[in-house]
Design a binder for this molecule. Structure first.
Ligand SMILES: Nc1ncnc2c1ncn2[C@@H]1O[C@H](COP(=O)(O)OP(=O)(O)OP(=O)(O)O)[C@@H](O)[C@H]1O
Length: 466
């Protein structure tokens, strides 16, 4: 008997999962969605041009060989023109990745007209909900138009196709979903469904395709009521991140702490805390009927960086009954602004998590070592591939019942190299070996293995991670 009910899923950039009440968003015209709040972070322009990744590109000034007057200047060839454009665009820095948009691989389909005067390219972002996409478009136009030989710039904005950061088998419906966000509290009635629904509509308003799934993770009661033979439904869901909902009471903190610890065990980063029903305004005064501070306590104790205070609003409650979420019915209101900030935070944190996960473990052919980056730090360590393979703990390598080692030391060639390394969500990588064996290696396990010491600095960037 399943204690999970799917309400509305679609090929989506995001799935938001409240627990445990049923909520099914009614499709809403785009125009009715919340207005954009100012982005939390802005794309920045580097003060000096940086060369793009191509080793052929030098540090020369854009169009240095063109006529010096600027207006009416010419460029010698399409190749030179493309080089100029990439150098110009590499001045734009993605605030989340701290890298220029050329190195991030965002520039696609760069074309120069035969007359060498018109430039066309596409900027492909990691998510359609990128909070700084307008800024990127504006700056891309600006820096390319500033090249003296350019008369016209055509910029198209797009986003990468939705794709999970997960190498394992996924149910069909999850194969085109990039991020799954859990909205959780471990306590009933604090506003999970309210937050989940409004967050989902906000993300949709930012350009993401969003579905909502309602899952009762902690307290499924139906299995107890009917005593099924199979009590456990094993599914849906490599979570990208969690948003914790709490209320200001001290008692709420205890339950929330339980949830944060659970997500920590599951290696799911908690990216934000929403302290719901914090206050209300009346007679030009602000009242805090439930006291202050459980959200702050969660942030301080668990280091979750983003705290959002949500007021008590009769309209938030009544919007649950009417089927039109507050961010839709009052897109310019205070509550919509809070959700807009929460949405920006979620999108940015997810982008960072995906970037971190996809580069966490890679194989560096030049030094024949598996490189492991320690999350949230500059630290990294190296492992001998054969050591990783010999320490596989799956049933294929170790007898599940006796613990007897089935794969012997000598069975693994000393010079074995992985063919592919792919992330399995936030907790493990899948390593494919030349004999076709696919090893699931949890980060915790990699952390325990004997490390290579005195590893020479790699000559080239790691290549095997995808
Ligand atoms: N900020 C708010 N202001 C006013 N009413 C609110 C607010 N947040 C939630 N509510 C109301 O509180 C009640 C509980 O909220 P909600 O159903 O979202 O909580 P939940 O955590 O999902 O509950 P459960 O654990 O029972 O599933 C609802 O009636 C909702 O409309």
């Amino acid at each position: 008997m399943a204690a999970m009910r799917t309400l509305h899923t679609a090929p989506a950039s995001f799935i938001v999962t409240p627990a445990p009440h049923l909520v099914s968003p009614t499709p809403t015209p785009r125009g009715a969605l919340p207005a954009k709040a100012p982005p939390a972070a802005a794309a920045t322009i580097q003060s000096h041009a940086r060369p793009p990744l191509s080793p052929r590109v030098g540090r020369r000034r854009p169009c240095a060989r063109a006529a010096s007057s600027g207006a009416g200047a010419v460029v010698a060839s399409v190749e030179d023109a493309k080089r100029d454009v990439l150098i110009a665009l590499s001045q734009i820095i993605d605030p989340d990745f701290g890298t220029d948009i050329v190195s991030c691989g965002f520039i696609k389909d760069l074309e120069i007209s035969e007359t060498l005067e018109e430039v066309s390219f596409r900027v492909e972002l990691t998510t359609p909900a990128c909070p700084v996409k307008d800024m990127f478009e504006e700056k891309a136009n600006e820096v390319v138009a500033a090249l003296p030989w350019v008369k016209k710039v055509n910029v198209t904005m797009s986003a990468q196709p939705a794709q999970p950061v997960y190498a394992g088998d996924l149910p069909e419906g999850l194969k085109k979903i990039s991020n799954i966000i859990a909205v959780s509290s471990c306590k009933g009635g604090v506003g999970k469904s309210t937050v989940a629904v409004n967050l989902a509509y906000t993300l949709a308003g930012m350009g993401a395709r969003v579905g909502i799934f309602d899952a009762d993770v902690f307290g499924p009661s139906l299995p107890n009521m009917v005593s099924p033979v199979n009590r456990l439904l094993v599914v849906v869901a490599p979570l990208t991140a969690a948003v914790i909902v709490t209320t200001p009471q001290k008692l709420a903190f205890i339950d929330v702490a339980k949830g944060v610890r659970m997500f920590s065990k599951l290696k799911v980063p908690c990216v934000a805390v929403v302290e719901n029903m914090c206050y209300f305004d009346a007679d030009e005064k602000r009242y805090y009927p439930f006291g202050k501070g459980s959200g702050t306590q969660v942030v301080q104790q668990f280091g979750i960086p983003n705290l959002f205070d949500l007021p008590i609003r009769p309209t938030l409650s009544s919007s649950g009954d009417t089927g039109i979420p507050e961010v839709v019915s009052d897109p310019q209101g205070d509550v919509a602004k809070i959700f807009q900030n929460l949405g920006v935070c979620v999108v940015q944190q997810c982008a960072k998590i995906r970037q971190q996960v996809s580069t966490a473990v890679s194989y560096d052919r030049s030094i024949r070592a598996i490189r492991v980056k320690v999350p949230d730090s500059d630290e990294e360590f190296f492992l001998h591939p054969a050591t990783v393979r010999r320490n596989d703990r799956s049933a294929q390598s170790v007898d599940e019942w006796t613990g007897e080692q089935k794969v012997q030391y000598g069975d693994v060639p000393e010079d074995i190299e992985p063919e592919e390394i792919r992330p399995m969500g936030n907790y493990a990588v899948s390593i494919t070996w030349p004999d076709g064996f696919s090893q699931i290696a949890p980060y915790d396990q990699l952390d325990m293995l004997e490390r290579l010491v005195d590893v020479p600095l790699p000559a080239t960037a790691a290549v095997a991670s995808s």
